[in-house]
Design a protein around this ligand. Structure first.
Ligand SMILES: [Zn+2]
Length: 316
């Protein structure tokens, strides 16, 4: 393991010791022990950010998108271990993108990757017409960088939660990680991160060019397919609101759109149900209610889907 990995372990151990001290002072509280087990921390390593990557790192730091996601996990979930988000260019060998270590306790967000993302976001802002749904005052390179980082970080958090909780997967881990990015951002933030990620991945797909065997054999869906998945979950989360601007305007094909409300309902129910045994004590009532609503919604969507199925199948 690299030096970076070693120092992470040391820091994590120390944080654990501090938390134990804190706990001793409030040990009569009962539930406090659960709450103190694992917390997410975001660490910007200023001394390990290359000068050419400082601008992109600053954009993300100011936006606080990493801290917002960390706060949501810290408020809602009882992690078994601490999780450290390391914003540093000192990464293990071969790391070029945002990555999660196999134990789900460390996520690397290399500023070099943020600079690349900012390059793509700059091209989007300059050359792609703004979708009407995307707020005009945020259609610029910096906001697109921060919002797509918010979505991509959601993907990494999805990996980290799967690993820490040893969630039972019924499909590829990468699909589940993308799903968590949609689940978290659509529910907690709104449409902008999904839209920014769709715009950025669409631009990336253009830059990648023709589909290759390497792309098809990846454990990630091919880039262009991910764009439509992001849009499908967003549309399905509120078809009344999104059908016009996403399907009517031609961003999400009419062949895919009818599947999206049920797809979203399954994803939303799936994540709430998977996370339910791991809710933080203070979040349990609210989380149980969210899970129950997601279940009711899935039953209703499945029924509606079944009622329209003959029409949908013959209309294709
Ligand atoms: Zn991944």
């Amino acid at each position: 393991m690299s030096n970076g990995g070693y120092s992470t372990l040391v820091r994590t151990a120390m944080a654990g010791a501090f938390l134990l001290v804190g706990f001793a002072l409030v040990s009569c509280g009962g539930d406090a022990e659960d709450e103190a087990k694992g917390k997410v921390r975001v660490v910007y390593h200023d001394d390990a950010i290359a000068p050419e990557n400082r601008r992109a790192a600053e954009v993300v730091r100011k936006s606080r998108v990493l801290e917002q996601a960390a706060d949501w996990v810290n408020t809602s979930l009882a992690l078994p271990h601490d999780m450290v988000v390391e914003v540093t260019d000192k990464v293990p060998p071969g790391v070029e993108d945002a990555v999660t270590q196999p134990d789900g306790r460390t996520i690397y967000v290399p500023p070099e990757f943020l600079t690349e993302l900012q390059g793509v976001a700059t091209d989007v802002a300059r050359t792609v017409e703004r979708p009407a749904l995307f707020p005009q005052d945020r259609y610029n390179a910096d906001d697109l960088t921060a919002l797509s980082t918010q979505f991509i970080f959601g993907h990494e958090l999805g990996h980290a939660l799967q690993r820490q909780f040893m969630l039972a997967n019924l499909g590829l881990e990468e699909d589940a990680a993308d799903g968590f990015a949609s689940f978290y951002t659509v529910n907690e933030v709104g449409p902008a991160p999904s839209l920014a990620a769709a715009l950025v991945f669409d631009e990336l797909a253009r830059k990648e060019g023709k589909t290759t065997l390497e792309g098809l054999s990846s454990d990630h869906p091919v880039t262009q397919a991910r764009v439509f998945n992001f849009l499908c979950y967003l549309e399905g989360s509120d078809p009344k609101r999104y059908q016009g601007p996403l399907v009517g305007a031609g961003y999400l094909p009419k062949t895919r759109a009818p599947l999206c409300p049920q797809a979203w309902a399954m994803l939303d129910h799936g994540w709430w149900t998977q996370l339910q045994p791991h809710f933080a004590a203070a979040f349990k009532d609210e989380g149980d209610k969210d899970q129950d609503e997601a279940r009711t919604h899935l039953i209703a969507e499945t029924k509606a889907f079944a009622e329209n199925l003959d029409e949908l199948r013959s209309g294709r």
